[in-house]
Design a protein around this ligand. Structure first.
Ligand code: ADP
Ligand code: MG
Length: 151
């Protein structure tokens, strides 16, 4: 299916982890708290911090949002539906995990947030790409591009 970008790249500047979380929650609320978000950025850019902001919106305690491990997909049941937090940092090559993710995306009207989507062979055509740049205690630039499925 051909992919189409809405062409509207939005840019946010965040001066603190708290601000990144607030921006995250604002973006996800606008998305209707469902769909797929791909998070790009180096280690330490703020992808997990961004995810914690999404978690807040869903009423998930921040401390249950974890950084890279061998648990690639974490599922949270919330009053606003299911949330899947994926962290594919350690994923290598073609992997069965990708098939699991695709099946979940087809089956569930849930919210999916994916760190290290670069590790996947294929991305869903309807998604929001979010790129976080910056490091250390410096400010972050958060860029948002919406991809709409062209039916
Ligand atoms: P990633 O998941 O991309 O590897 P993390 O969210 O785990 O990154 O870590 C980001 C680190 O950067 C945290 O230690 C956080 O406190 C710090 N940080 C400093 N400023 C910001 C900011 N504006 N937004 C997000 N994180 C920030
Ligand atoms: Mg992370």
């Amino acid at each position: 299916m051909p992919k189409k970008s809405s062409g509207k790249a939005q840019k946010y500047i965040s001066k603190s982890p708290t601000e990144t979380k607030k921006i995250a929650s604002k973006i996800i609320e606008k998305m209707g708290m469902k769909g797929t978000v791909c998070l790009y950025g180096n280690l330490g850019a703020g992808k997990t911090t961004f995810t914690k902001g999404c978690a807040d919106l869903f009423g998930i305690p921040e401390k249950s949002i974890k950084s890279p491990s061998f648990t690639y997909i974490r599922e949270y049941e919330t009053a606003h539906g299911k949330v899947y937090h994926c962290d594919f940092y350690r994923l290598a090559g073609k992997n069965i995990i990708e098939k699991t993710l695709r099946e979940l995306q087809e089956k569930e009207k849930a919210f999916f947030i994916i760190e290290w989507p670069e590790k996947l062979q294929q991305l869903s055509s309807a998604r929001i790409d979010i790129t976080i740049s910056g490091s250390g205690e410096d400010e972050r630039v958060i860029e948002v591009v919406e991809h709409i499925e062209n039916i």
